[in-house]
Design a protein around this ligand. Structure first.
Ligand SMILES: [Zn+2]
Length: 170
């Protein structure tokens, strides 16, 4: 039959069926994009799709655009969180690795942060107090603010300890 061809993915004997002018939705990192008017072949057994050349080009272009969109969003997000945490690009790179220029490259979009970097910054966005646990001493802010923060942390720790020890008779 001229209108059928065997599936390259599963080799199903019923072959692939023709489809014309369909809408496809591409999803990436919570973003979605629809592409209309796509044609090609679909396997009835495994749903594998082989687009016609022009449709393949349109689909790939939409995918690229979506990827670019999500990278731009990541760049802005990373910069926003870094500024909220009051970190310089150098200090941010120091706690995540990747070289001292890493954050400048992430925020300009010339390099892509590892998922581990995005995940860490998203956690710090929601729990900025955790930054104290991982910040190297020399990156910490100098002057009154830093020592005040340290002192209040120590005070809080002492309070917790003494609250616990009240149960033990002296
Ligand atoms: Zn198949």
């Amino acid at each position: 039959m001229a209108n059928r061809r065997s599936c390259s993915a599963c080799g199903d004997k019923r072959g692939m069926a023709r489809f014309e002018n369909e809408r496809f939705t591409i999803e990436h990192a919570g973003l979605r994009k629809t592409v209309d008017g796509l044609s090609g072949w679909r396997c009835g057994a495994c749903d594998e799709v082989v687009f016609d050349p022009e449709s393949a080009r349109l689909y790939a272009a939409a995918g690229d655009e979506l990827l670019l969109q999500s990278r731009k969003r990541e760049q802005k997000e990373l910069k926003r969180i870094r500024q909220k945490l009051d970190l310089t690009q150098q200090a941010a790179a120091e706690i995540t690795g990747g070289g001292h220029n890493a954050f400048s490259r992430y925020e300009r979009g010339t390099a892509q942060p590892l998922p581990a970097v995005m995940n860490l910054f998203r956690i710090l966005d929601r729990h900025p107090e955790l930054l104290r646990e991982i910040l190297p001493r020399r990156v910490r802010k100098r002057g009154g603010t830093a020592s005040a923060t340290t002192r209040s942390t120590q005070a809080r720790r002492r309070t917790v300890r003494s609250a616990g020890s009240q149960k033990i008779p002296l």
